[in-house]
Structures are given as structure tokens and as C-alpha cells.
Design a protein around this ligand. Structure first.
Ligand SMILES: Nc1ncnc2c1ncn2[C@@H]1O[C@H](COP(=O)(O)OP(=O)(O)O)[C@@H](O)[C@H]1O
Ligand SMILES: [Mg+2]
Length: 404
């Protein structure tokens, strides 16, 4: 029986753990939280902070048994996965140093630039003076963000009416290293992607249009309200996405692995906003992509981690269902008095998942400044596009959010 080490046993990881079990694997789970949802599902569990490299290394020193692969679902720790792979002699998508580069938004862009990836103009920003100087070069609108954070934390869309000093201080507060990156803002269709790289060939199975209906409401914060699968793309544009992701794979030395991307279709061309050498979190790879395309994404991700052969004939996009994810937002700041999904959710076949991240009595923030401040989500799938849209409207109407 092959053994898979899984970094993280939280809610986001349950689907991955279940898939591994379904595939007949022996699972070893690590997490800081010994009460997290996946703990009872894994065959062995150890309390380890998976985001702390030295803790993970110390665990591996104690754990002498061999493993056949390592994986993390939806956690941004490529360098730790690379380290584990090195120590345990299993495979990961790239080496430790490249994984670290891929996590730094500025260093990653520098690297991608060398490999000819299509990118927005960008500059590293360390001082306020640099920000003023570079904005003059780029023009408005542009985007300011920490080089080393995620989940839209500290990401600001900079327009002419913005107090630049405040924007600089705000974004900097979210940067662990103190460095920021300024980019020209590319307008156009915003896309999330998730691709397999197998023998240096790219198969982009997961594609969603990001929903930015609240861009103005939450400005200057760039808050996404879920997404729609598939996005309105031609076959040629899909091919262009594969070409760009292939260049990213070359830039980060990925011959076999998974690349998650944020892309924009700007002026008819595909641009890369960022890529990550990991599986997406939330429900993208676990529920949305399989419902949309019929491709069992997590299964292939696990097979890649075990360095097993993959039947690439099966990695093709074909439309099975339209799928939409939408978030529940607070409408004001205050204490949450009630949060309730409609009763009909349980019986409705097209509602595939729903949950709140907050509980009654906790505080809601408004306006929402980053993704973790959204209150909850629901996920709808339907073969009929019109029905799907109706279902989204009905879900919003019937979901109760009370804030005092
Ligand atoms: N240069 C840009 N042009 C257009 N949109 C952008 C740009 N930079 C960021 N965004 C938008 O903001 C989102 C968050 O920025 P991103 O760089 O992906 O940071 P995070 O690590 O928080 O995901 C992106 O997914 C994209 O929708
Ligand atoms: Mg992103």
C-alpha cells in the first residue's frame, strides 16, 4: 500500500484526504490543529505546524518510515513540500530555492520575464518616493501589493483619487519583508486557472471567470465574488493559456506538477498576473472542476505526487455542467446576529456545497478588505445556464444575514 504524506488536515483538505483513501492509499496527516476535520480520516496523525519549516523537518527526523509521496491541498507552502521531497526522496514539482522564488511576487515576475511570459509592467517598491516615481511611469490605474502575502491581503487598486501615502502604509503593513510590487492594472476578463504539467506539456483543465461585480463597491480593495465555469474563451485563447503556463513551468523548472494561475485577457491577449506551484484551495479543484469538466482533478494531482504514470488522453476539457461559486458578504460592520441558508438548499440537487466561515456572535467587517472577511459561500451547478443564474439570485434572496 502506497503511503502519502498530507500537509494539512483542515476543512480545505478533507476532499483530498477522502480522495487518497478512495484510491486505496495509506495516509499520514500533519496539522497544528489536532481537532481539525481531517484528523479522523487519516490513518496516522501528528500534530505539526505545517507552515513552520523547522518543525516539519524535525518531524521528518523522528518519522523514519519511508513515504511514497507528499501533497498539500490549498496551502501555499511550496518550499516546505520541496524540502520534504528532498529529505524523503519523493517528488515535488520543483526544488526548494525555486519554490521560494515562486512565492515572492517580485522575484517570480523577474524570473517569468526572463522566460518570455506575458506580464503587466511591474516594479519593486520599497520606499514611498519609489512609489511616486513608478506611478508616474505606469499611469493610473495600477495595483499595489505586498510581495509576500495572499488572499488579496494588502492588494489595492490605485486610482487618481487615492491618498497614496495611506495606500503605501496600508499595503506595507501586510508585507512580511516590507517590500511591495507595483503593477499596471490590466483591464479585461479575469480568469483563474489550474493546469497539469506532465512531461513538459500543459493541460489546463480548470478555468473560471472571476466575478468582480463588487470592484467598485469595495474599491480600492480587489474583492472577488466567486467565479463561473467555464469562462467565455475560444479554443485559441485556451491554447494561448497553455502556452503561457508552459513558459511559467519552464521558468520554475516544473516538468511534472500543478500550476495554478491568475490571468487576464487584456486587449485580446492572455497575461499572467501570478502563478503558484500548488493546488487551489476552496472548492476549485475538488468540486468545481470535476463538475464542470468530468475530470477527477484531485486524483491526478495525487498520482503526480506519487510520481505515477498519467493517462493524458483523459485530461481534456469538455463541458458537463455550468458551475458558479458565490460568496456571502456582510452589508455593514457589527456583531453577527443571524446567519442562515435556506432550507431548500438541502433538497436542491444543483446546490453542491455551502458553508459559513463565521458564527453568530462574531464580528463582521465592512467594507470587506480581504477575502477572509467574506462570511460564507454557496456553489451551484446546472446543465442549463439560465437555470443556474436563477438559482444564484434565489440563493442570495433566501439566505439570511443579520448584523447589529
Ligand atoms: N496587474 C493587475 N491587473 C489586473 N488585475 C490585477 C493585477 N494584479 C492583481 N490583480 C487582481 O487582484 C487579484 C489579487 O492579486 P494577486 O496578485 O493575485 O494577489 P493574491 O496573492 O492576493 O491572490 C488578482 O487575482 C487579480 O484579479
Ligand atoms: Mg492571486
Amino acid at each position: 500500500m502506497k503511503k502519502l504524506l498530507i500537509l494539512g488536515t483542515g476543512k480545505d483538505q478533507v476532499f483530498g484526504i477522502e480522495k487518497a483513501k478512495e484510491m486505496g492509499l495509506y495516509t499520514i496527516g500533519l496539522d497544528l490543529n489536532e481537532f481539525s476535520d481531517g484528523v479522523k480520516l487519516v490513518d496516522e496523525f501528528y500534530k505539526v505546524n505545517i507552515k513552520d519549516e523547522s518543525e516539519v523537518i524535525a518531524f521528518l527526523k523522528r518519522y523514519e518510515k519511508p513515504i511514497d509521496g507528499v501533497i498539500a491541498f490549498g496551502v501555499d507552502i511550496p518550499e516546505i513540500l520541496a524540502r520534504v521531497a528532498e529529505i524523503k526522496d519523493v517528488c515535488y514539482y520543483t526544488d526548494y530555492n525555486t519554490a521560494l522564488i515562486s512565492k515572492n511576487k517580485y522575484k517570480a515576475k523577474k524570473r517569468m520575464e526572463e522566460y518570455g511570459v506575458k506580464l503587466p509592467k511591474f516594479s519593486e517598491i520599497e520606499t514611498f518616493e519609489e512609489l511616486i516615481r513608478e506611478i508616474k511611469k505606469f499611469g493610473y490605474p495600477c495595483v499595489l501589493k505586498p510581495v509576500d502575502n495572499s488572499g488579496a491581503r494588502g492588494v489595492l487598486r490605485i486610482t487618481e483619487d487615492i491618498d497614496l501615502k495611506r495606500a503605501f502604509e496600508y499595503s506595507k503593513a501586510f508585507s512580511k519583508s516590507g517590500s511591495l510590487i507595483l503593477e499596471e492594472f490590466l483591464d479585461g476578463l479575469q480568469i483563474s486557472s489550474e493546469s497539469f504539467v506532465i512531461d513538459s506539456k500543459v493541460y489546463t483543465i480548470g478555468l473560471a471567470e472571476r466575478n468582480y461585480e463588487f470592484l467598485d463597491r469595495f474599491a480600492p480593495f480587489i474583492i472577488e465574488n466567486g467565479g463561473d465555469l467555464p469562462p467565455p474563451l475560444t479554443d485559441k485563447q485556451r491554447e494561448e493559456i497553455n502556452e503561457q503556463i508552459l513558459k511559467c513551468a519552464e521558468a520554475f523548472g516544473v516538468k511534472k506538477g500543478i500550476i495554478k494561475g491568475d490571468l487576464v485577457l487584456h486587449g485580446g491577449k492572455i497575461f499572467i498576473i501570478e502563478v503558484a506551484l500548488r493546488l487551489s484551495g476552496g472548492h476549485f479543484s475538488s468540486i468545481e472542476i470535476p463538475l464542470n469538466t468530468g475530470v477527477d482533478f484531485l486524483k491526478y494531482a495525487i498520482l503526480i505526487s506519487l510520481n505515477e504514470a498519467i493517462e493524458t488522453d483523459e485530461l481534456v476539457f469538455k463541458l458537463e455542467k455550468y458551475v458558479s461559486l458565490r460568496y456571502i458578504f456582510p452589508y455593514k460592520k457589527g456583531t453577527i446576529k443571524n446567519l442562515e441558508f435556506p432550507e431548500w438548499f438541502e433538497k436542491e440537487d444543483s446546490i453542491k456545497a455551502y458553508d459559513f466561515y463565521y458564527r453568530i456572535g462574531e464580528n463582521a467587517n465592512y467594507p470587506v478588505k480581504s477575502h477572509p472577511e467574506r462570511l460564507g459561500f454557496f456553489l451551484v451547478a446546472n446543465e442549463n445556464y439560465v437555470e443556474l443564474k436563477k438559482m444564484i439570485d434565489q440563493s442570495y434572496q433566501d439566505t439570511v444575514v443579520e448584523i447589529k
